[in-house]
Every structure is written in structure tokens, then in C-alpha cells.
Write a protein that binds this ligand. Structure first.
Ligand SMILES: Cc1ncc(COP(=O)(O)O)c(C=O)c1O
Length: 386
């Protein structure tokens, strides 16, 4: 008899663990998992060292250090004109991942339906299932990943409690348009549904696109939980500092779950995070330029070997159409690419409830040093000769 609880028995190992192990075995360049392979900004490291030396080493308040909550309130005001009370509407959690979990555990009852756009970030569905909720899927289709108003409306009913909106969207790179967000806002209000927005890529947006947030749309402040974190913007995915912005009643529910999950995150890193979220606009301009050039480099490299990348508007991922290459599916392609070509990518079928929907795609990450991307581009040339 297995000792494993039924609630986790169906989850399996994440595709990241499997592909990272394969990449290590073949010493492949890992463009699979989405973490930067370059240093975090010095101002972050200095702030963390200073916080530890100042002996900020004991538990933080369960909803986060006050200075950080104030800095987050200021940031959402500056960027999105969102008014948030740092004491009653902001909670600091252990990365966006815990924010997602605490939100779902705090708000979703057994039998409640939760609408999820797929391909999805892989923690949403397990979180919904652990809460006893039922995921309902809207499939975004390449190459435009657009939302059809009628198709989305059909997913809303009197059991729907929550919709999860991840924009900019991992893994497609889609940035939800104002029209799409307006449509979601109307449906949420018509059906009395809450919205959880995952905006961890809010500052990784390219070209003429602009990140818009659902919480600032008319009528949505009362029913939206806005989630973001430091990891992507400040290249510190290992710090695990995230937050929610939500009206007091929803914040209270999130807090109830959070207090018994982790109680609080790392206090000195929360203190250092104040420096991060208080960065001036120039930091974000430089970040956009930095990532635009990486995106363009990898797009060109992929195209030059006959692959068909779908240019992302946001995030640090590129989805590639591999359907014409003759592989059985995305897993077969990614295994071949990792073991024979020496470059690891992620098979996106893991991000669909029906894996065949992702069978013609592969996801590459470009949050890597120039030299890593150049070495990968070099190895990809081998694809030309088979
Ligand atoms: C869409 C999305 N949400 C949340 C996360 C997790 O964020 P954090 O590292 O802050 O927990 C990720 C990380 O890859 C992500 O891609």
C-alpha cells in the first residue's frame, strides 16, 4: 500500500525536473526552465547583505514587513493608478506560487469551478484540485492565442467562483488586450465571479505592447486578486518574494490560508525587496531593452535553422511551432533536441489538460546570458543537417 496521500498521488514529477535531468545527463544548454543564468543586480545583493547585517533575522509580520507593503502600494499606484491600503489590502507571500496557493485555498470551496486559460502555468491546476475545486479550461490557440467572446462566456455558470488570468502569459508570450480584459471583467461582474491575475511578467513586455491590469478596470477592484513577485523582474527567482493586492475581505481569506502555510517569508529578503520595488522608471526601461535584444537574438537563431517561432509580446519565453518537423509529439522533439542537438527546451503538452493540444509546440527560454544564447544558437545549427 502506498503511503502517499490521494490528494497528491496524481501529480507526478514536473516536466521541469525531467527535462533538467535530461539536460544535465547530456550537458545540454538549458533553455527549458525559466530562470536567469546571470547575476542579480548589485543593489539587490547589497540590500540583502545590509538587511542581514542589520539583524533583520527574525520572523516578519505574517502579512509582510510594513515597509515592503508600503513600497508595493506605492508601486501599484505609480504604474497602474491602483489605490491599495498597505495594511488591509496587501499581503507578502513566499513567491507568486504561494500567493496562488493561498488565494485558491482561501477562496475556492469544494465543487467550485475555476476557469483557467491553457496552456497554463503548472501550479494552477494542482492548487485548484487540492482545494477540491474543478478546473474548466479555455484553450488558447496559436499563432494569435486570441480569446473568442462566445467560447469564453460558455464557461461561466452559477458554479464558477474564480477565473485565473495570467498576463503576460507563460508559455505563449501573449499580452491580454484591453478588449479581452474588458470582456473578462464584464463576465466576472455578470456572474459574480472573482478574478486572480498572475502578473509576474508585468515588466517583460515588448514592442508597442502595454501591460494592462484587470484590477484597474471599472468594477474589478472589488473582485480581483492581483499577484506579482520579484523573481522575473529582478532576476532573483530563488528569493521567492511575492504579493497579493486585493480588497480587505479577499485579503483576509488569503491571509487565513497563508498564516498556516508558511506564516511569513524570509525577513531580510523582504527588507531588501523594498529597494527593488522602489526602483525608478529607468530600471524598467533598461530591463525592456535588455530582454528585447535577447528575444530578437533567439527568434533569429530559431528561424535561421528552419524552426517556426511565434514572436512573444511578453515574458521571456518563445513558443515554436514544430508540427511540420515529423516528430511524434513535443516530448519526442524536446528529448531529441536535448540529447542529440544539446539544447534543452520544454514540451508544452504538460501545460494542457489534453496533452495533444501542445504536441506541435516547444517552449524556449531566453532569460540567459548572451554567451549562453550564442552557444545554443551554434548548436541549433546542427538541426539543419539533421
Ligand atoms: C506564470 C507564472 N506564475 C508564477 C510563477 C512563480 O513565481 P514565483 O517564483 O514568484 O513563485 C511563475 C514562474 O515561472 C510563472 O511563470
Amino acid at each position: 500500500m502506498s503511503y502517499m496521500a490521494q490528494r497528491v498521488a496524481g501529480f507526478g514529477t514536473t516536466i521541469f525536473t525531467e527535462m533538467t535531468a535530461l539536460a544535465n545527463e547530456h550537458q545540454a544548454i538549458n533553455l527549458g526552465q525559466g530562470f536567469p543564468d546571470f547575476a542579480a543586480p548589485d543593489f539587490m545583493k547589497d540590500a540583502a547583505i545590509a538587511a542581514i547585517e542589520a539583524d533583520i533575522n527574525q520572523y516578519a509580520p505574517a502579512n509582510g514587513r510594513p515597509r515592503l507593503r508600503q513600497a508595493i502600494a506605492q508601486k501599484v499606484q505609480d504604474f497602474y493608478a491602483v489605490e491599495a491600503n498597505p495594511d488591509t489590502e496587501i499581503t507578502v507571500l513566499h513567491g507568486a506560487t504561494e500567493a496562488i496557493f493561498a488565494t485558491i485555498l482561501g477562496l475556492v470551496n469544494p465543487g467550485d469551478e475555476v476557469i483557467v486559460f491553457e496552456p497554463f502555468y503548472d501550479s494552477y491546476v494542482p492548487a485548484i484540485q487540492m482545494a477540491g475545486g474543478i478546473p474548466r479550461f479555455y484553450t488558447l490557440r496559436p499563432p494569435n492565442w486570441q480569446i473568442d467572446a462566445g467560447e469564453l462566456a460558455m464557461l461561466f455558470n452559477n458554479k464558477t467562483k474564480l477565473i485565473i488570468v495570467n498576463t503576460p502569459h507563460n508559455p505563449t508570450g501573449k499580452v491580454f488586450t484591453e478588449i479581452e480584459l474588458g470582456l473578462i471583467a464584464n463576465l466576472c461582474q455578470q456572474h459574480d465571479v472573482l478574478a486572480m491575475t498572475d502578473e509576474v511578467y508585468e515588466h517583460l513586455v515588448f514592442d508597442e505592447q502595454q501591460h494592462q491590469t484587470l484590477i484597474s478596470l471599472p468594477g474589478m477592484a472589488a473582485r480581483t486578486i492581483m499577484i506579482s513577485s520579484l523573481g522575473k523582474t529582478f532576476s532573483v527567482t530563488g528569493w521567492k518574494i511575492g504579493w497579493t493586492v486585493a480588497p480587505p475581505e479577499l485579503t483576509h481569506a488569503i491571509f487565513r490560508a497563508h498564516q498556516f502555510m508558511t506564516f511569513c517569508g524570509a525577513a531580510p529578503l523582504q527588507e531588501a525587496a523594498v529597494t527593488a520595488v522602489s526602483q525608478p522608471p529607468s530600471f524598467y526601461h533598461e530591463l525592456t531593452e535588455f530582454y528585447t535584444s535577447k528575444r530578437n537574438f533567439l527568434l533569429d537563431a530559431l528561424k535561421s535553422v528552419g524552426l517556426r517561432p511565434i514572436a512573444p509580446h511578453g515574458t521571456y519565453f518563445i513558443m515554436v511551432d514544430i508540427s511540420h518537423l515529423g516528430f511524434a509529439n513535443d516530448v519526442a522533439f524536446c528529448r531529441y533536441l536535448t540529447s542529440k542537438i544539446g539544447v534543452a527546451a520544454i514540451p508544452p503538452s504538460a501545460f494542457y489538460h489534453n496533452p495533444t493540444d501542445g504536441a506541435g509546440l516547444a517552449r524556449f527560454a531566453f532569460c540567459k546570458e548572451e554567451k549562453t544564447l550564442a552557444a545554443a544558437a551554434n548548436r541549433l545549427q546542427r538541426l539543419k543537417t539533421g
